[in-house]
Structures are given as structure tokens and as C-alpha cells.
Design a protein around this ligand. Sequence first.
Ligand SMILES: *Cc1c(COP(=O)(O)O)cnc(C)c1O
Length: 471
Amino acid sequence: MQYISTRGAAPVLTFEQAMLTGLARDGGLYVPESIPTLTEAEITAMAGLPYEDIAFRVMKPFIGETFTDAEFKSLIAQAYAGFGHAARAPLKQLAPNHFLLELFHGPTLAFKDFAMQLIGQLFQASLTRSGDRVTIVGATSGDTGSAAIEAFKGLSNVDVFILFPHGRVSEVQRRQMTTPAESNVHALAVDGDFDTCQGLLKDMFNDFDFRDRVRLAGVNSINWARVLAQVVYYFSAATSLGAPLRAVDFTVPTGNFGDIFAGYIARKMGLPIGKLVIATNQNDILHRCLTTGVYQTEGVTPSISPSMDIQVSSNFERALFDAYGRDGKAVAQLMDELKTTGQFTVSQGALQALREVFASGRVSEAETSATIKATLAQSAELLCPHSAVGVAVAEDHLGSNPMITLATAHPAKFPDAVEAASGIRPPLPPRMADLFQREERVTRMPNDRAALQALILQRISNVTTSNAAGV
Ligand SMILES: *Cc1c(COP(=O)(O)O)cnc(C)c1O
């Protein structure tokens, strides 16, 4: 399986190379040259299997010969061993035809753990084999950073630098990033919002000199391996509810479009998904784009669902690539337009192609809080604000197929917002109950690429020197 860039002008890579690279050198995102499909019999056979077995069957066609079957199975097993639920991604029923897919039983209590725990294992296996060392730099609105730090802390071939927007993440999110004591972990609080962090990251990737010097690797959802890991739970959930005999719909609380794009891939692989519903908070660029055809950035407004406070939805580029008939030049042109004018208009044909698969809805802050309260009363389920955005939008899109809404984080990750809405302060699970006693370690940084690059070079040269000295 080969991987190509959405902008059509970067080298074609193998799965392993695309995983270790992240962003393509032409600024695009890597996608598989073609999407493998599973037969109806293969999908039927997944019902009731352990999550790890479904993961192997879904991901195997995409990874080619990168790992032997035995090795890949063992990496998958290690990735999910630390989850706090035997089903890994359990389904709960909210209403007669509405289900909640709980994706928050991993070590940092958000769905990001599904992909990050796996790519931590894949990176380690690959780098141990080659003897290489990489520098991972990630931008986060809160959950990617904690999941990445949790997955990569203490690994010998990796330094991990996480940029998060200073003062704009929840205290639990911040502490999950700043309290790990491992010396290869570097939490950086940047003056700005998530888009500032993501912009700095993209600029670092486009500085080829720096990129090659530090062997920069990306673990944001621009990394194809992350999207791939998330395809799995669409299969586990849908087959639990009768797919492929019965089609299902999904609603996905959306920010950077990575999670819902994984659903799009599942659908292309042959899973009968009727609608994929994009749920946004007041930062609703995707909902506006699907409604009007104009993709226009407006500043980010902080919300009680901060992991979705995003205006530039990176993975949407992958959907556009398909909607434009895989024309990399057309996508590159749209992205140039976005960079220079802050907007672009999707062509009629492409918009129609997107609307065949995706629906969308937007939820206000008040509606989000009201949904937390109502769901607790009606279904005894305490939702995090992101999941509440999903449930509220899903309720407007219920039809004859079972609706599965993705619960993307544990309510205890956002205790203030949940308490304000429901009167209940959700406690942290016992395995992380001491989070507020641990010591924090963080570096405050300005919105300045040169300063960041200098810091990264200095920190990783410390590692090299101390290694050389045999310490
Ligand atoms: C990251 C995140 C989202 C948004 O997911 P995308 O893949 O960026 O669309 C939603 N909810 C939570 C809790 C998250 O951490």
C-alpha cells in the first residue's frame, strides 16, 4: 500500500514512512493510494469479536508488510492493555434508537488514546528496528497533547514537544501534560489559541532545514496512522448493532475532522453507514461550509467544549481531495486561497459529493449545558461537553437507522462545565486520582517560531551530549 499527498506534489511513501513523517513536504496530508474494501462476509465475522481482533482485521490491509502479523497483533494488544474497560469502546443505549459509543476509557480519558497508544507502539517498534531517533512536535487543544505525552513518555528514541494554548485548556488536561516526570517530555504553553499552535507546527514542518535536522515527526491527526486507528471503532460499534445487514448512522463531535474522517474511511471500506453527522460547537466553520459552500475562518471563540475550538480543520483537506476527484492541484489551489484570503468556495460538484455522505449541525453553549442536564435526567448518563454537542446534534438527525453518537471524553476531564450544567462534579477514576498532587513542569513560550525552534534544538542537543558522555 502506497501513500500519496492531497496536494499531489510530494514523494509517494510507504505506510511506515508516512507514519514517521506526518505532514507531506508539499504541505498536504498523506492518504492511501486506494481504499481497500472488506467483503460482507468479512464484516459479518467481526460481530462480537474482541476489539483487538477487529483492529487487526481493519488495519492490516493498510500497513502492508511494515510488521509481521504476529508483531502487529502484539503491538495492538499492548496498545489497548491499559484501557479501563474490557470492551475498549463500549456502546450504551440512550434512547430507543440512539446509542452512545464511549471512547474515554483510555489512560487520558479521551478518544485520542485509541490512536495515540497504538502509534506509540508502532513508532517504538519501527525506531528500535532502524536505530533512528525522532523529535515529535504536536499542537493540541488539550486532549491530543496529553494522549501523546502518555503514549511517548519514557521511550528511548523519541523526544516529545507539545504546544498547547496557554490558559485555554482545562486543568485536568493541563496537568496530564505537565506532570509526567520523564525527561523526554516537554510541555510548552504558547501565547495564543489552538490555531496559533497548529500554525506554528505547520510552519516548522515547512522549514525543511529544521525538519531534517531534528528529524521532525508529527502525531497530530494529520498523521495517517492516527486516522487509521480510529476507523476500527466504527466497525466494532456498527457490527454490534447488526451491520452489515443493517445500516447505521454516526454523529461525531468534530474539531479537526480526524475522527469523523475515520468514519468516512470505514464507509469507503464497505461498512454500511448511512449518514455521518458533523457536530460542531459555536466554532462552526464546517457546519457553515456544508450549508453554504463557503469555507471561511472567523476567530476562535473559547467554549465549554475546548477540544473543538478550532477554525482550520486540517483533515477536511482529505475529504476535499476525494470530493475533487483526487485532484491534488485543485486542493493546493484552495489551500493557497485559504492562506491568502482566509476563505475559499467549494465547487458545486464537490459540495454535492460531500453532502451525499455528511450532514451537520451546530450547538450553542446553552444547548450544550441543557443537553448534559437532560441526558442525565432521561438516560442516567453524565456527558462531557463535547459528547453533549454530539448528542444534541444527533437528536436532530434521528431516522430509521440506529444512531451512534461518539462520546469523545470522560466528564471528569471537564468537571467545571459538567458541574455547572448538572450539579454533579464527576470524580476522576481511581487510577488517576492523585493528578492534582503531582508536580507540574511547563515552559511558557511566545507565538514565535524562531524561539520555539531554538528551544527544541537546545533541548534535544542536551540529550545528545548527555548520551555522548555516557550519562
Ligand atoms: C479532539 C477532540 C474532538 C475533536 O476531534 P477531531 O478529530 O479533531 O474532529 C472532540 N472531542 C474531544 C473530547 C476531543 O479531544
